[in-house]
Ligand binder design. Structure first.
Ligand SMILES: [Fe+2]
Ligand SMILES: [Fe+2]
Length: 151
């Protein structure tokens, strides 16, 4: 029998990743429609990484005899500009970091070695996502600022 608290973290993790895939994919599509092909490509790459996270989580669920089951996903928040989108994505990544930090600490405490490893890897990668979203946001804001000043 799976520890209910562990299965709860795995379910929340899968929900997060599926929501993130949906969000990044919707943003990529919208950017494509706006003619921003480079930004669309980068967003699509983000969605691919979140899909890989979902797959890692599904693997651990199956190893624990759990049927992967994502509950209802939240509606996508797309944003009206690229900067808007990145602010929303920043929140998404911060939520993931909070979740994986808590889940990793719990698994370390109760010695779920395999799940600890999963959450530790996810935590590190979401921290990298956060850093890249913030870097991208700064670039976009700088460009918008330059345009504002006629540059
Ligand atoms: Fe992720
Ligand atoms: Fe992420």
């Amino acid at each position: 029998m799976v520890d209910p608290r562990l299965s709860g973290y795995l379910t929340r993790a899968l929900n997060h990743e599926m929501a993130a895939v949906q969000q990044y994919l919707a943003q990529a599509t919208l950017l494509e429609m706006w003619g921003m092909a480079d930004a669309a490509r980068q967003m699509r790459h983000e969605s691919q990484e979140e899909l890989e996270h979902a797959e890692r989580i599904i693997r651990v669920m199956l190893l624990h005899g759990m049927a992967p089951r994502s509950t209802q996903l939240p509606a996508v928040r797309v944003g009206r500009s690229l900067a808007d989108m990145l602010l929303i994505d920043r929140e998404l990544e911060l939520e993931a970091i909070r979740l994986y930090d808590e889940a990793a600490r719990y698994c370390q405490r109760v010695r779920h070695a395999q799940a600890f490893e999963l959450f530790a890897v996810l935590l590190r990668e979401e921290q990298e996502h956060l850093a890249s979203v913030e870097k991208w946001l700064l670039e976009v804001q700088r460009q918008e600022g330059a345009q504002h000043h006629g540059g």
